[in-house]
Design a protein around this ligand. Structure first.
Ligand SMILES: *Cc1c(COP(=O)(O)O)cnc(C)c1O
Length: 456
C-alpha cells in the first residue's frame, strides 16, 4: 500500500486543492482518492500503476475507450488547423456546420437544426429556455412548467437540477417552482402489490392526465424523459409506458423532449433510445457519447416542428439571446464527427448489439443470487439491485452502504463500477471484447460474494 499520508503524495495533493463533487468524503478519507494518468482501451491506470477495467466508460461517455487513435488524431488535426471559435453573430466554424448536418441526418428527424452547448446540463437548460421563449412568443407566457419523472437525471445547473428527480437537490433549495416530477416508471420498485405491469402503466398514464388537468395544459411548457433512466440506476421504462403517455402529451400540445445524453449514439443498441422504444420526440438532447468523451460538448437537436416555430419566434424579435462562448467549438465538432463515424460506421454500435446477449446473460446469472432483487438493462447499460430480502424486495439497511462496499471491493480487484442507490451499474465502453466482459463479470461476482458474505 502506498503511504497516502505523505503531504506530497498524489492522494494528499488531490485532497488539498481539488473540491470534489458527487464524492462521499468519509470514504475518500478512509480509502483515498484514485489519481488516474492514462488509459489503455477500456482500462485506466493510476499514479501507482494500478490498472482498472472501467465498466462505467468514465461517466458513460468514453464509449471508444481511453486511447482511441481515430479520436486523438481528429483532435490533433483540428487543433493544428483551427483550435477554437464560437458560433455567435452568424460566424461558425466549418466543423460545426458539418456536425449539424450529420446530427440532423442521423437523427430521427427529416429536417431539423442543432444548437451547441458544453454539457448535457446546459443542453437541457437551453431547451427549457427555448420552450419558455417559444411559448411566450406564441402568446402563452404562462406555459412554463416542466414535467419530468422521479429518479430522472437531467443535470446540475439550477434548471436541469430542478428537472432531476433526486432528493439530494434539496440542499440547494431546489427544485425551482414549476418543475413537476411524475412517478418513476420502474415497475419492480414502484408497482403495487398485486398490480400487473399493464395496470401500473395505466396508473402512470392516469397520473399524467390528472397532473395536466390539475395544473392546466396551458401552463405546461414541455415533458422531458430519458428513454432509459441512467443515473437513476439504469431503469428501462415499464412495458408500454411511452406508448401510453405520449398520446396524452400530444393531445394536450405538450412538447416531448428525449434526453438522450446517455442513450444517444448506441448505448441501447439503437442509435437513439427513443428508437428502442418506438417514438419520435420533438427534440433530442445529446452529449456524453456525442464526442465519445474526448471533448465537453452537448447539443440540442430540434425536430422539424420546433425548428419552424422557434425560427418564426426568433425572426419576430430578430435574435435568440442565448449561447455559450465555446458553443460549436471546432475541435469538439471535429471529434464528434469522428466519434459518430466510429460508432455508426466503424463497428462500435455493431459491437454493442453483438455483446448485448452475453451482457444480459451475465447480469441474469448474477441476479440468481439471493441478495440480488432484480437485474435490468437495455443494450450495454445494466444494473443489479441488492436487497436484504428478495421476496419482499426489502433493501439492506442504509448504514451498511451495500452498493458502495460492492463497488469499493470491485475497485480493490481492478474493476470500476458505480453504486447508485442500492444498485451496481455497468455501462462498459462499446469497444469491450468478450474476454474483457468475462473479466468484468468474474470480478463483480467475486466482489458480490465477498460483500454479501460480510454483511448478510
Ligand atoms: C449526464 C447527464 C446529463 C448532464 O450532462 P452533463 O454533461 O454532466 O452536464 C443530462 N442528462 C442525462 C440523461 C445525463 O445522463
Amino acid at each position: 500500500m502506498p503511504d497516502t499520508t505523505l503531504p506530497n503524495s498524489w492522494d494528499a495533493r488531490a485532497k488539498a486543492a481539488s473540491f470534489f463533487g458527487f464524492t462521499d468524503l468519509p470514504s475518500i478519507e478512509e480509502r483515498g482518492t484514485i489519481v488516474v494518468t492514462h488509459g489503455d482501451g477500456p482500462y485506466v491506470v493510476d499514479t501507482d500503476g494500478n490498472r482498472y477495467l472501467d465498466a462505467n466508460s468514465g461517466l458513460w461517455n468514453m464509449v471508444a475507450g481511453f486511447d482511441h487513435p481515430a479520436l486523438t488524431k481528429a483532435a490533433q488535426d483540428q487543433y493544428a488547423r483551427f483550435p477554437g471559435y464560437h458560433a455567435f453573430f452568424g460566424r461558425i466554424s466549418d466543423q460545426a456546420v458539418m456536425l449539424s448536418e450529420t446530427l440532423v441526418q442521423v437523427s430521427p428527424f427529416e429536417t431539423g437544426q442543432v444548437f451547441y452547448t458544453n454539457s448535457g446540463s446546459e443542453a437541457n437548460d437551453t431547451m427549457v429556455k427555448m420552450l419558455w421563449f417559444l411559448h411566450a412568443a406564441e402568446g402563452h407566457p404562462e406555459k412554463r412548467k416542466i414535467l419530468t419523472r422521479g429518479n430522472a437525471y437531467h443535470g446540475v445547473t439550477a434548471v436541469s437540477a430542478s428537472m432531476t428527480g433526486k432528493p439530494y437537490n434539496s440542499v440547494f433549495g431546489l427544485p425551482l417552482p414549476g418543475f413537476l416530477h411524475l412517478t418513476c416508471p420502474h415497475y419492480w420498485r414502484e408497482g403495487r402489490a398485486g398490480e400487473c405491469e399493464a395496470d401500473f402503466v395505466a396508473r402512470l398514464a392516469a397520473e399524467l392526465e390528472k397532473v395536466i388537468a390539475r395544473e392546466g395544459a396551458d401552463t405546461i411548457a414541455g415533458f422531458f424523459a430519458e428513454p432509459v433512466m441512467g443515473a437513476g440506476g439504469v431503469i428501462p421504462p415499464a412495458e408500454g409506458y411511452f406508448d401510453a403517455i405520449l398520446p396524452i402529451l400530444r393531445a394536450h400540445g405538450i412538447p416531448v423532449i428525449s434526453d438522450e445524453v446517455i442513450c444517444g449514439f448506441g448505448r441501447t443498441g439503437a442509435v437513439w433510445g427513443c428508437e428502442s422504444y418506438g417514438f419520435t420526440p420533438d427534440a433530442i438532447i445529446s452529449s456524453k457519447a456525442l464526442t465519445a468523451g474526448y471533448f465537453p460538448m452537448g447539443a440540442v437537436i430540434l425536430g422539424p416542428e420546433l425548428t419552424d416555430r422557434l425560427g418564426r419566434a426568433t425572426r419576430a424579435i430578430e435574435e435568440f439571446p442565448h449561447g455559450f462562448t465555446a458553443s460549436g467549438h471546432p475541435v469538439g465538432s471535429a471529434i464528434a464527427l469522428a466519434a459518430i463515424d466510429l460508432i455508426l460506421n466503424g463497428g462500435l454500435i455493431d459491437n454493442v448489439r453483438r455483446l448485448t446477449q452475453a451482457f444480459e446473460a451475465g447480469l441474469a446469472r448474477l441476479a440468481d443470487h439471493p441478495h440480488i432483487g432484480e437485474w435490468r438493462g437495455r443494450g450495454l447499460m445494466g444494473a443489479l439491485e441488492a436487497v436484504r430480502d428478495k421476496a419482499t424486495k426489502t433493501p439492506f439497511e442504509g448504514h451498511l452502504s451495500v452498493s458502495e462496499r460492492i463497488a469499493n471491493t470491485c475497485t480493490d480487484h481492478g474493476l470500476i463500477c458505480r453504486p447508485l442507490g442500492q444498485s451496481i451499474v455497468l455501462c462498459p465502453p462499446f469497444i469491450l471484447t468478450d474476454d474483457q466482459m468475462g473479466e468484468m463479470f468474474t470480478k463483480l461476482e467475486a466482489a458480490l460474494a465477498q460483500v454479501f458474505d460480510e454483511i448478510a
